[in-house]
Design a protein. Structure first.
Length: 198
């Protein structure tokens, strides 16, 4: 077995994400992560004092690897940026089993000042005050997390109600169920962004 000091922090985070994909967040344990690495559980404490600290690092890694649209592009409107940023966050959360729960459970992260200011500057160039820019970003992030939470944990649809008078509702439900999760997400996102316009 490797000596605790030879076990790299990045290897522990990678193992955490692998075990998360295999077992889900509820069954994720330090014992399972250590077993995956072929070490004893105390070896993990050299880098992470607790499971919570390890989950924080795993959440950061998910976002660092997968959430690639954090900054505005040249010529973006704030609406274009918010939409692309939201889709990027959603893709990052969907890339990992229970990704939305992982991000939600680890709480807000300390924002990178340069990234935050670049986003605020974009909004300000379009006449939106800094506080409103931050509130818009928070609203969209919460929408994304909520959508992915539901997408990753929704049970199977209940059987159709055969009661008289429900034919119209059944046809609407059938039309809705034929939509992709992407279409459902985009419809809500576009409505939210329109509602944020000053």
């Amino acid at each position: 077995m490797p000596h605790p000091r030879q076990l790299e922090r990045s290897a522990i985070i990678d193992a955490t994400l692998a075990v998360l994909d295999e077992r889900g967040l509820d069954a994720l344990s330090l014992h399972a992560i250590a077993k995956h690495l072929g070490v004893r559980q105390p070896a993990l404490y050299h880098h992470f004092p607790s499971k919570a600290a390890l989950l924080d690092a795993a959440a950061e890694e998910v976002l660092d690897r997968r959430h690639t649209e954090r900054l505005p592009r040249e010529g973006d409107t704030w609406q274009e940026f918010l939409g692309r940023n939201a889709r990027s966050l959603r893709a990052a959360l969907l890339a990992v089993r229970d990704g939305a729960r992982l991000i939600a459970a680890t709480g807000p992260r300390t924002p990178d000042p340069a990234t935050t200011l670049a986003r605020i500057d974009l909004f300000e160039r379009h006449g939106i005050a800094p506080v409103d820019a931050v509130l818009a970003s928070i609203a969209v992030s919460r929408y994304v997390i909520g959508c992915v939470l539901e997408e990753q944990s929704a049970p199977a649809a209940p059987p159709a109600d055969p009661s008289p008078g429900t034919e119209r509702l059944r046809s609407i439900a059938a039309a809705l169920s034929s939509l992709t999760p992407d279409r459902e997400f985009d419809t809500g996102l576009e409505a939210l962004i329109r509602g944020l316009e000053p």
